[in-house]
Ligand binder design. Structure first.
Ligand code: NAD
Length: 504
């Protein structure tokens, strides 16, 4: 039997034990075995991490920005070198396929590359003679100690959305990874230490609501980046703001995929399959509701059903090539099943049914196969709630107007996609659809490091989004300085070319 590791905290540059009696289990979702224990930290551990970060901040803040970026160059090389072992760690604790884990590490590395170039974005603005003899400038300053709270679905990538940027901007960072997948975050944290990050500049604490609330209310922490479900995002935004913190909180999603009658059948089927069933549907940008417009999408849906039925589902931890791995926990499997059964009771048709998925060599794994629920009506629960599993609902409308109107009823607003050959339909959709990230013949329009993750409505709480220039703005505050130097007899006397400032 493999040993069960106990996750440690990273405080003041040292790995240490938590001061708590409360622990949770981390599973290998492919087998259902417990592979680690994670401490549920409380205010005491959070305070220790915050104090170490506050002590480290004065030196880190004064470290020149290019030197801070140099840590990221070294970190990037280490990530490249260890990317395969990180991908394996992700697959072991999360269950996604190795190919999916590798792709997520690559996306994370791109965030580090973006952070390597941040000094160019940190350059401020200035103008001479805004008034006679008066110059004005803005300079970006770091905030201080900031924290990141992350979800289970991208164990390494989502933390990497946050701390490379926060650190190069001159902040100290405390990470609270998901208690369901803490191992990959720890592995990547080890590499940051190996890159030479000074003690206290980067810390890791673990836990659930108790730990999150301690971060949200700690007086030494200036800002919180959060990614997770909408209910928790709202809580983070409300409690954090009440404690005078700057907040960016990404929430859940219900992404619509509009299929126009003129869509390319083959390309659309491939994109829908990847969008709905990639990463077992556990993606905030996963396609969740297919909206077939004008009765022309029959072929697409029929062929998608055939493709989904053929997908192989199995354990991912042995490196076997399967199309889809398990879900995160047995509890989550029950939640996804509950959604499908609810839709069936409300009158929808389960045309591809993944509920009976079993994997012979992993009877204890948390499996749920690809599922397509057709004839979903907008009033059904499955049409408007996030499922976060490999379940695609299909609804049918007469026109693009109706598809856009359906989007208007959606509480979320993360992503939306249109499949069409018509530039006019695509433009109309892009201009009017009620979501912040739009795909045109792209199944998962998740922005890469250089662009912000622009969720709308209940998919985002805050002002400045994660990634891109907005990410840098979130982790910095501007100072405006206005300057006037007066003429004086002493200085004028020593400078033959001096032209005194004209008095008004
Ligand atoms: P979650 O909200 O359950 O957990 C996210 C984080 O919040 C974890 O670190 C967890 O410990 C903490 N947490 C959980 N319950 C809490 C509570 N009651 N009070 C305070 N903190 C709490 O989310 P999850 O299940 O880990 O992740 C899936 C969700 O994340 C989905 O809704 C998905 O759409 C969303 N997500 C959104 C984005 C995005 O960019 N919008 C990206 C990835 C995932």
């Amino acid at each position: 039997m493999s040993s069960i590791e106990t996750c440690r905290l990273l405080i003041g540059g040292k790995w240490c034990d938590a001061r708590t009696e409360r622990y949770g289990d981390v599973w290998n979702p492919s087998t259902g075995d417990v592979i680690a224990r994670v401490p549920m930290c409380g205010p005491d551990d959070v305070d220790r991490a915050a104090k170490a970060a506050l002590a480290a901040w004065p030196d880190w803040r004064e470290t020149p920005a290019p030197d801070r970026a140099r840590f990221m160059f070294r970190f990037r090389d280490l990530l490249e070198r260890h990317s395969e072992s990180i991908a394996q760690c992700i697959t072991r604790e999360h269950g996604k396929t190795l190919a999916e884990s590798r792709a997520s590490v690559q996306r994370g590395i791109e965030m580090v590359e973006f952070a390597c170039g941040l000094p160019s974005l940190l350059v401020g603005e200035s103008i001479e003679n805004l008034a006679p003899g008066v110059d004005c400038e803005t300079i970006r300053h770091p905030l201080g100690v900031v924290a990141g709270i992350t979800p289970f679905n991208f164990p390494a990538m989502v933390p990497l959305w946050m701390y490379p940027v926060a650190l190069v901007c001159g902040n100290c960072f405390i990470l609270k990874p998901s208690e369901r997948v803490p191992l990959s975050a720890l592995r990547v944290g080890e590499l940051l230490l190996e890159a030479g990050i000074p003690p206290g500049v980067f810390s890791i604490v673990h836990g659930d609501k108790t730990c999150v609330d301690a971060l949200l209310t700690h007086p030494g922490i200036r800002a919180i980046s959060f990614v997770g479900s909408t209910a928790v995002a709202r809580h983070v935004y409300t409690l954090g703001a009440a404690h005078h913190k700057r907040i960016q909180a990404n929430g859940g999603a219900k992404n619509h995929l509009i299929i126009m009658p003129d869509a390319d059948v083959e390309q659309t089927v491939a994109a829908l399959k990847g969008s709905a069933f990639g990463c077992a549907g556990e993606r905030c940008m996963a396609g969740s509701l297919a909206v077939a417009v004008g009765g022309g999408a029959g072929d697409v849906i029929e062929r998608l059903c055939a493709e989904a039925s053929r997908m192989s589902v199995g354990r991912t931890d042995t490196g076997a090539g399967v199309d889809m791995g398990p879900l995160i926990t047995a509890q989550h499997v029950r939640r996804v099943r509950d959604h499908v059964e609810g839709a069936q009771r409300e009158g929808a048709a389960v045309v591809v049914d993944g509920r009976a998925a079993r994997v012979a060599d992993a009877p204890g794994g948390f499996f749920f196969g690809p599922t397509i629920v057709d004839h979903v009506r907008p009033d059904m629960r499955i049409a408007h709630e996030e499922v976060f599993g490999p379940v695609l609902s299909v609804t049918r409308v007469e026109s693009i107007e109706q598809a856009i109107a359906l989007g208007q009823q959606c509480d979320f607003g993360n992503g939306a996609v249109i499949f069409t050959r018509s530039g006019r339909a695509a433009r109309e959709f892009k201009h009017r659809f009620n979501a912040g990230m739009i795909g045109i013949n792209i199944g998962v329009p998740a922005p890469m490091a250089w662009f912000p993750f622009t969720g709308w409505n209940e998919s985002f709480f805050g002002d400045l989004h994660i990634q891109g220039r907005e990410g840098m703005m979130f982790y910095t505050q501007q100072r405006m300085t206005m300057t006037r130097w007066f003429a004086s007899k002493e200085s004028d006397a020593h400078d033959p070319v001096w032209r005194p400032t004209k008095k008004k």
